[in-house]
Design a protein around this ligand. Structure first.
Ligand code: DGJ
Length: 746
């Protein structure tokens, strides 16, 4: 809801108020972004006449209240007295934009192909102008977050060149640290904390994509904030290309934050009458810690970013062929895998890379979307109909191998500069700003999608752009057009985007693809950091999370199958390993995992998510599922408590752990402590027993009040070095448990 009282503007969500006003000098001033207040309260937030100290410039001579440098602003110019970073740069000219109008409008759609949040009804439109230039700031309030964007228009009669145009600027009073998410291939979204002081903190990507180096989403928090306490702000950008964000504290204790398309090499010439639209940005706040902030961001993403048709729509348990087969498969082997996957309980079979052209390795064939009949003599028809499972298919349409028919026919279709081409994974990037390239992709992908019933598409992208500045932006706009043309008419196809894992995990992609492959790293211990990093800003329904083989391909780490499952449960579960060599005990365990996940799928995928002292929890419809995860164990471990979040103190709850199946093989020569027989730790008998038999640890079950569970229930002890007992959790390194908490009706 939006309220306007004279020149005070109030954007109200369920959980926040965003108050601004236009000051006597025509500048939009930020008054309050925090817990809900009344519009009349605005006076309490007005900054009184400035200091007018030493080197400051005054917009009105002698009036110390007119110093732009010490104001809490919503937008600012450059070269006109505000020495802080400006969100807008016109090459060669200062900017000094002043208020000309403010009105409530029906939320306007983007004019270009930039994606946008949906479900917004009304927006505040603030127009600022100077001679020859108009800047329009749009604010759209949603329940738990608001979005901002900006449009710049050349209203003069000569061209102007934009060197930078951010999506928003906001000055927030207070001292903050920044929490941001960084990494690289197989190491995405690792959390980093940086104090924000007078030295500017900058987040950026210049890879042509939002990138795993630096996710566009970040948080600002008061030092000392925890999951449950402290002021936290969250920011994100609905964009998948080069991005920039900065935060810097001023002498007056205002932290200036801005975010948008990266200005490096960005030149956008606007002819008279032309406009430039920035991507939409999301701003969110919480007074009670990171947990509350994440919950609010999750709700916004679920309700206003994910394609409406996939909002809280259960996602299938999938089997993906990549880690199990790579490029080596044929129709027979795939049908065999599908039969096994089906038996285990999978619902969707995804054929990954290798099904088209001469794609027997990653050096050839990319771009040629004709089925490889040597591998698949019956074509996709011969496969899809016989799988007994829904069918999903991999594409990587934005790139091309130079050893491909597409490249031989159209060598000029790739993004080029004046230097020798440089390759990434033997690929070049197609120039998506060209109409004929976009048409080729749309025609070829849709031809396949309409040839057989395809329920799911994995859209991969492994070659980053070399294009700089505005050209890189045009490519991102081209990508959005392609995605829109292919998938808007086919909303029933579940799109999972991927970029060497999570190299393009952003809100722009999420407006098309309800889920994103978090990382090629499926080692569950690595995933604890990756999924946790992403969880600050994105709901777990957006995480593609698979169980793969151990030892793990990226870390050589061996982890229990239970932990691989328990971590992947907190996302959209899939299996990605060769199923043929599975031992009978592994097959049984996977079957049980899938059955359990299906029983609680909605809770795992759409439940309210919390990070807890021992792991993660999700709750929905009276059920709370808690994951307790361990990395390295220590001898003589202390007591561990399960602290459940968000229960009713007076109510009573049943807590039950998921039954654990313990592999006997792992005990080796220790087995004699458990079994009455003396078994050779390297012998065939133990191998045989290990393949067919597990120790079943009965579930730990208790009934307790919500108050006790929230205070922390003491769990059964971990393995204490005193031999096997059913009353302890017999887990070594990388062990984990799931606890199911349900209300007891009396
Ligand atoms: C990179 C992706 O991240 C993988 O999951 C897989 O799809 C490969 N590409 C296939 O080449």
């Amino acid at each position: 809801m939006i309220e306007i009282q004279d020149k005070v503007f109030h954007l109200k969500g369920e959980t926040y108020s965003y108050l601004l006003c236009v000051n006597d000098f025509g500048q939009p001033e930020q008054l309050h972004f925090g817990p809900p207040v009344r519009t009349e309260d605005f006076e309490g937030f007005l900054c009184r006449p400035g200091l007018g100290w030493g080197g400051s410039l005054l917009l009105k001579s002698g009036d110390t209240a007119s110093c732009p440098d010490d104001k809490s602003l919503e937008w600012s110019g450059s070269g006109r007295g505000d020495y802080r970073e400006s969100p807008l740069e016109l090459l060669g000219s200062p900017t000094d934009l002043r208020f000309s109008s403010g009105e409530i409008v029906k939320t306007p759609p983007m004019e270009c192909s930039l994606p946008q949040s949906h479900g917004g009804e009304e927006s505040l439109k603030l127009t600022l102008s100077q001679r020859g230039l108009r800047v329009t700031l749009y604010y759209t309030p949603y329940e738990t977050a608001l979005t901002r964007r900006c449009v710049v228009e050349n209203t003069g009669d000569t061209p102007v060149t934009l060197g930078k145009c951010m999506s928003y600027l906001v000055d927030i009073p207070g001292e903050f640290c920044m929490r941001s998410f960084h990494g690289g291939w197989i190491a995405e979204a690792h959390r980093r904390d940086t104090p924000v002081g007078e030295a500017k903190v900058v987040l950026e990507s210049l890879t042509g994509a939002s990138s795993h180096r630096c996710n566009p989403g970040f948080l600002l928090y008061e030092p000392g904030a925890t999951e449950e306490a402290g002021r936290v702000f969250g920011f994100n950008l609905v964009y998948s290309g080069n991005h920039y964000a900065s935060a810097q504290r001023s002498l007056q204790g205002l932290t200036r934050v801005m975010q948008g398309i990266h200005p490096a090499n960005f030149r956008q010439v606007l002819a008279p009458g032309e406009r430039f639209e920035t991507p939409e940005a999301v701003l969110c706040c919480a007074a009670h810690g990171f947990g509350e902030l994440s919950e609010r961001m999750h709700r916004f993403v679920t309700d206003h970013i994910i394609p409406p048709c996939w909002r809280e729509r259960p996602r299938p348990v999938l089997y993906n062929s990549w880690e199990g087969c790579g490029f080596r498969f044929n129709q027979r082997s795939l049908l065999d895998l599908a039969a096994r996957a089906k038996k285990l309980g999978c619902e969707l079979f995804v054929l990954d890379d290798g099904w088209f052209g001469a794609r027997d390795n990653d050096q050839a064939g990319l771009g040629d979307y004709t089925v490889n009949r040597k591998k698949l003599p019956g074509g996709l028809e011969g496969l899809a109909g016989k799988l007994g499972l829904d069918f999903g298919l991999w594409f990587e349409p934005e790139s091309v191998n130079s050893d491909s028919d597409l490249y031989r026919a159209h060598p000029d279709w790739v993004l080029r500069d004046e230097f020798e081409p440089i390759y990434g994974r033997n690929q070049l990037h197609l120039d998506l700003s060209r109409r004929e390239v976009r048409d080729y992709i749309v025609e070829n992908v849709t031809r396949i999608l309409d040839s057989v019933p395809i329920r799911y598409v994995k859209w991969d992208m492994n070659r980053h752009s070399i294009a700089l500045g505005a050209r890189a932006h045009e490519n991102v706009l081209g990508l959005y057009q392609v995605l829109d043309r292919i998938f808007t008419p086919r909303p029933e196809i579940l799109l999972e985007s991927c970029s060497s894992g999570g190299n393009r995990f952003d809100l722009g992609m999420l407006t098309f693809s309800p889920q994103i492959w978090c990382s090629d790293d499926t080692d569950p211990i690595e995933r604890l950091s990756i999924q946790e990093g992403l969880s600050y800003l994105y709901p777990q329904s957006t995480f593609g999370a698979h169980v793969s083989a151990a030892p793990h391909a990226q870390t050589l780490r061996s982890t229990p199958l239970s932990t691989r499952g328990n971590v992947a449960f907190f996302g959209c579960l899939g299996y990605e390993l060769d199923l043929k060599p599975l031992l009978p005990v592994e097959r049984q365990e996977i079957e049980a995992q899938i059955a359990f996940y299906k029983q609680y799928r909605e809770v795992f995928q759409f439940g309210a998510f919390r990070r807890t002292p021992t792991g993660w929890q999700v709750s929905r419809g009276g059920v709370t599922l808690c994951g307790v995860f361990h990395r390295l164990v220590h001898a003589a471990p202390g007591y561990e408590r399960l602290r459940v979040w968000g229960l009713e103190p007076e109510k009573r709850y049943r807590v039950a752990s998921l039954t654990q199946c313990i592999r006997v093989g792992q005990f080796g020569s220790l087995l004699k402590h458990v079994a009455p027989v003396n078994v050779n730790p390297n012998g065939a008998l133990l191998r045989l027993a290990d393949a067919h038999y597990t120790l079943k640890v009965p579930a730990e079950e208790r009934i307790l009040s919500g108050a006790a569970l929230m205070a922390g229930m003491v769990l059964r002890p971990l393995f204490r070095g005193t031999g096997y007992e059913e009353t302890q959790r017999t887990q070594g390194d990388f062990g984990s448990d799931i606890y199911i908490v349900t209300e007891v009706c009396v």
